[in-house]
Write a protein that binds this ligand. Structure first.
Ligand code: ADP
Ligand code: MG
Length: 310
């Protein structure tokens, strides 16, 4: 249908918007490199994810001379594995995810999903297989319903509402009213619509990901703008949406990652340690330092800069 075609057309645009926003938030005054408009190869095939294995081989990327990126990074993520990624701000966590989504072209090495090189499959098919919740999510100048539907354009209104409920978004959506008097799920969001708080945008993004139900899920500071009460109440939705999927979860708040199958610690574009939460504490390296600083006697609120961010 026209709606589906329109919505898939938005995919690249939004992802770029999302990640340029993240860059802006994290990079302050630095000049930002915009994602390149990447062309599909002429012989690009559709990606079909069967098991959800992700293999990263010797990956290298830089935004520019002397600007950070990813260096010689190799990592095999098993089908269904729940992987946590931690590291100081600027360590390259979001860049790694951008390369997985092929928002930038790797300069060296490759990323394989179920054996298919992400640079060889069509971008639409790649992105259709990955659900994503980030720190900052761009909203379209469309209704709240359309903004969630974007996760799976053929879903019904009831499916959308169920996803919104699971993401704790239903109640605030029901109260929305835009300047044209459209209300609830029909209220327009985006630049010219209702202004949402960061936490509300994250819950819409989570509803999208729940609805999309893609085999690979990326959570990049997905709950950073939620207060701890809301975060706790969507934790079970998050756990449910992670079930059976390959998950890459980036978080500053380390306590959200202790149950992950494995945690990798990044520093300056590289993986410097990895293991379970317990193994990493035992190792007494960078992860243990972050952990000890974060749990060192102060109560973390969602606005407090985390140790990892400093
Ligand atoms: P993290 O997500 O771990 O905080 P990023 O992947 O965002 O780190 O950033 C890694 C490095 O790349 C940092 O030095 C950051 O300043 C730089 N960087 C990130 N995004 C951009 C961009 N769009 N343009 C230029 N430099 C960038
Ligand atoms: Mg980041």
């Amino acid at each position: 249908s026209i709606r589906i075609a329109q919505m898939t057309g938005w995919v690249s645009f939004t992802l770029m918007a999302i990640y340029s926003n993240v860059g802006e938030v994290e990079n302050g005054m630095k000049t930002l490199t915009r994602p390149d408009r990447i062309e599909d190869r002429q012989d690009a095939e559709g990606l079909r994810v069967t098991s959800g294995q992700i293999v990263i081989e010797d990956l290298g990327f830089r935004y520019g001379r002397d600007i950070g990126g990813i260096s010689d990074l190799s990592l095999a993520i098993q089908p269904g594995e729940k992987l946590g990624i931690v590291g100081a701000s600027g360590a390259g966590k979001s860049t790694l995810v951008s390369l997985l989504l092929r928002l930038y072209e790797a300069e060296k090495g490759r990323i394989l999903i179920d054996g298919a090189d992400v640079s060889r499959v069509s971008q639409d098919s790649l992105r259709s297989q990955i659900g994503m919740v980030t720190q900052e999510t761009a909203m379209f100048n469309r209704s709240a319903l359309d903004n969630i539907l974007y996760g799976r354009p053929d879903a019904s209104r009831d499916d959308v509402i169920a996803a919104a409920k699971a993401a704790e978004a239903d109640a605030f959506i029901a109260d929305l009213e835009d300047a044209q008097g459209r209300t609830g799920y029909d209220a327009f969001l985006g630049e010219r619509g209702v202004k949402l708080s960061g936490g509300q945008r994250q819950r819409i993004a989570l509803a999208r990901a729940i609805l999309k139900d893609a085999p690979i899920l990326v959570l990049d500071e997905a709950t950073s703008a939620l207060d701890s009460e809301v975060e706790a109440s969507i934790q079970s939705a998050l756990t449910r949406v992670m079930d059976g999927k390959t998950v890459l979860a980036i978080a500053h708040r380390l306590s959200t990652l202790t149950e992950m199958d494995r945690i990798v610690v990044m520093d300056q574009g590289r993986i410097i340690e990895q293991g379970s939460h317990e193994q990493l504490l035992e190792r007494n390296g960078l992860y243990a330092q972050f952990w000890n600083r974060q749990s060192g006697g102060f109560i973390r609120t969602q606005d407090a800069p985390s140790a990892a961010a400093q």
